[in-house]
Design a binder for this molecule. Structure first.
Ligand code: FAD
Ligand code: NAP
Length: 538
């Protein structure tokens, strides 16, 4: 039964919302959750496309808050598949009785702060109204799909799919002529598997991406035993690390080591697999010359697996430093282009002009298709927040307050929006780090902040305007020292027309960030205004 007057409303039952429900309930708070989907899992509920896996090792991309859970759960592979990750989240929901706190198939459409009562009024698409002291938005950084409005899209006579909202019933590609639009992580993970099943596969590529083989493997009992025996140390390193996993860069500059040592080091990180290649040398993400060396190494590796070098020319990125977009973690991607049933369509040469009843038209050809898979990504980081009518003090709309780019204090709170918390929001390391630990870090911080307010007779916590301005300036200054702003990435809002171009994360490292927000709390929530009543009543 939905509770209508609670301490906390949690929006979203992905891995962040699930932990929030558990943690807040555990400290005696009355919590009501809402989830638009029919069940728990968030990302892992929706992204059921073939080949979907995590790109942070499962042993790290899993909750740390309960040691029994950590010791008892067995991952079958180094990088688990979507069904296994979803089964894990379902297990967590059952184990801690978390479903009972959520109303499913229910979307929060508005959240309005009542300054007099110092409470949030939350309204759902079913017309329910709930009031809460605190509103926690665990709505996900990659949960609003981007389905480009290509002319004629809806006239297509075959099936249209999006990787980020994949049918629960599965998809049969056998004997079909399939087109995939998009070569980001979702496209690159799914293309090899679709190619194995489909009669023909056309990949419509606008911008190529760097991808490094996952070096995935099954985990045997011996490896699992060893991982579990050393979990505490593994977690300690992850909490202190740059990206929320226990791996660190070679502290030397790529430019100062002898060529043979550099090559060996690149080889070692390439073998580690996927996104970890971005961490080979300490200066790889800040010095373009160091980055060019890594890029050259990657190019040689990619060319070695593609038989037709004219195809390789199109598949190798030249427009961005390696790692300035998330490096994809793949299983057999580039070799897929050696198959007879796979054709790469270079949209830089001839862009898509329309979709019609029978397929996709580009400037110089028409491709007859039975199915089109949009692997076209997400309105990332702010997309799900923008779709809720969130009004803070004086009725100000969050999306209007953020029209020039998101303004937060530490990615957790926004000035003018008291008692509202974001999880892994813009201005935090967010998607640059392991998001399971990132979610735990934020939920723990928010739970402590609520406990602090309650034990000191405060009712309201609000980011101060100046502190938020200073924090966003610090995020921008840190980003400017890196190569991230050089890519037209979704990190920059560049994939969505009209979105402000700002680098939306704190790139100063997960461990450093954790230390900073812990210091904020220890100093009595420095940068936040705390008050007994809403300011209008003082
Ligand atoms: P989500 O899992 O996105 O959950 C948010 C939930 O909120 C959704 O269920 C959504 O329906 C719900 N919601 C949103 N708005 C509303 C509303 N208004 N009302 C009600 N409900 C709402 N990160 C990593 O660190 N490592 C990885 O290996 C990794 N792999 C990924 C693979 C894929 C295919 C994708 C798309 C992302 C991946 N990510 C990865 C990022 C991933 O999104 C996070 O790791 C994590 O799952 C986010 O959890 P979350 O709970 O914050 O958000
Ligand atoms: P993405 O990285 O944004 O890639 C979208 C792709 O679609 C790009 O190649 C883009 O080309 C293309 N595209 C978009 N609109 C287009 C249009 N109108 N015409 C032609 N092409 C178009 O999205 P994603 O692949 O879903 O990945 C998003 C993020 O989710 C990842 O970076 C990662 O963080 C996470 N993820 C992780 C994994 C994993 O391995 N664990 C898997 C999937 C997703 P342009 O670049 O030219 O815009």
């Amino acid at each position: 039964m939905t509770r209508t007057n609670v301490d906390v409303v949690v929006v979203g039952a992905g891995l962040a919302g699930l932990y929030a429900m558990h943690k807040f309930r555990g400290q005696g708070l009355d919590v009501q959750g809402f989830e638009a989907a029919s069940d728990v899992g968030g990302t892992w509920y929706f992204n059921r496309y073939p080949g979907a896996r995590c790109d942070v090792e499962s042993v790290d991309y899993s909750y740390s808050f309960d040691d029994d859970l950590q010791q008892e759960w067995d991952w079958s592979e180094r990088y688990a598949t979507q069904p296994e990750i979803l089964a894990y989240l379902e297990h967590v929901a059952d184990r801690f009785d978390l479903r009972s706190g959520f109303e499913f198939d229910t979307r929060v459409v508005s959240a309005t702060f009542d300054e007099q009562a110092a409470r949030w009024n939350i309204v759902t698409d079913k017309g329910e109204k709930v009031t809460a002291r605190f509103c926690v938005l665990a709505t996900g950084a990659l949960s609003t799909t981007n389905l480009p409005n290509i002319p004629g899209r809806d006239s297509f006579g075959g099936e249209i799919l999006h990787t980020g909202d994949w049918p629960r019933t599965g998809v049969d590609f056998a004997g079909k002529r399939v087109g995939v639009i998009g070569t980001g992580s979702s496209g690159i993970q799914s293309i090899p598997l679709i190619a194995e099943e489909a009669a023909t596969l056309h990949v419509f590529q606008r911008t190529p991406n760097f991808s490094v083989p996952a070096s995935n493997r099954p985990l045997d009992e011996e490896t699992r035993r060893e991982q579990k025996a050393t979990y505490a140390e593994r977690r300690r390193k992850s909490w202190a690390s740059g990206g929320g996993s226990p791996f660190v860069s070679n502290p030397k500059s790529a430019l100062e080591v002898p060529a043979d040592e550099r090559e060996a080091e690149f080889e070692q990180y390439w073998e580690l697999g996927g996104v970890l290649f971005a961490k080979t040398f300490a200066d790889q993400m800040s010095d373009i010359e160091a980055n060019n060396l890594a890029r050259g190494f990657a190019e040689r590796k990619i060319r070695a697996v593609i038989e037709d070098q004219s195809v390789a020319d199109v598949l190798i990125p030249t427009d961005h430093p390696i790692g300035s977009k998330r490096i994809v973690t793949d299983s057999g991607y580039f070799a897929t282009y050696n198959r007879d049933n796979v054709t790469l369509v270079n949209l830089r040469k001839a862009p898509i002009t329309a979709i019609d009843e029978t397929g996709i038209a580009t400037a110089d050809a028409h491709y007859d298709l039975d199915m089109i898979v949009f692997a076209t990504g997400f309105d990332a980081i702010t997309g799900s927040l923008d779709r809720i009518d969130i009004r803070g003090r004086d009725g100000v709309l969050l999306r209007e307050a953020w029209a020039a780019g998101p303004q937060t204090l530490h990615g957790i709170a926004a000035a003018g929006f008291p008692n509202m918390f974001l999880i892994t929001g813009p201005g935090s390391p967010g998607v640059l780090a392991n998001m399971v630990l990132g979610s735990e870090q934020h939920v723990n911080w928010i739970a402590d902040a609520i406990a602090y307010l309650d034990s000191n007779d405060y009712a309201v916590i609000e980011a101060s305007e100046q502190a938020a301005v200073d924090w966003i300036a610090e995020c921008a200054a840190v980003a400017a020292k890196t190569l991230f702003p050089q890519a037209n990435s979704w990190y920059m809002g560049a994939n969505i027309e009209g979105k402000p171009r700002v680098f939306m994360m704190y790139a100063g490292g997960f461990g450093n960030y954790g230390q900073k927000i812990a210091e904020v709390a220890a100093a009595g929530y420095k940068g936040f205004d705390l008050s007994a009543l809403a300011a209008s009543q003082e």
